[in-house]
Design a protein around this ligand. Structure first.
Ligand code: FES
Length: 169
């Protein structure tokens, strides 16, 4: 009788140790699968639009990609599906990667155009590819949200959705 009780106790004790070990292992595995806090926060890039000067391109990094933001010159025409208005000014934003073969076009402040040195691609100030040059489509627009005068890259806000709707209209 005593032996039976002792075996039961040992069995339960070993089972308990095994269960604790299994939970600890699962917890360790889950932690290794979760993204690091810095990676999660790196999914968003915040930028203050009030710091921009008209006609001067600003480039920021978002998820490892260059993203340009341009406050367009006064009297610039608004390109539907590409530009948005904020406090009476026109802004445009895009991923500064050529849609031909992926080079990074440079911005010419004098002409307010992008030129891609790789094969002569050109884009206007709203990131739209110019006819007769190699890029097949405009530069991509990253998801963004406007929060006061701040732009948050990586979140889909009203302005971004409005651009998509205007583009698809
Ligand atoms: S990669 Fe830009 S024109 Fe070819």
């Amino acid at each position: 009788m005593q032996d039976t009780k002792r075996r039961d106790f040992l069995g339960m004790a070993l089972g308990g140790v095994a269960a604790v070990g299994a939970v600890a292992s699962l917890y360790a595995m889950k932690r290794s699968w979760d993204p690091l806090p810095s990676v999660v926060s790196a999914g968003f890039t915040t930028f203050d639009l009030s710091a921009l000067q008209e006609g001067v391109l600003q480039t920021v990094e978002w998820r490892g990609k260059p993203v340009y933001i341009l406050k367009k010159l006064p009297n610039s025409k608004k390109t539907q599906g590409r530009d948005f208005e904020l406090n009476g000014a026109l802004y445009t934003v895009g991923i500064q990667i050529c849609t031909h073969l992926g080079c990074i076009p440079s911005f010419n402040q004098g002409t307010q155009e992008f030129a891609c040195a790789c094969h002569g691609g050109r884009f206007d100030s709203s990131g739209v590819n110019e006819a007769g040059t190699p890029p097949p489509r405009p530069m991509d627009i990253p998801p963004f949200k406007i929060d006061g005068t701040k732009m948050v890259l990586g979140e889909e806000g009203q302005e971004y959705k409005a651009l998509l709707e205007a583009k698809n209209a």
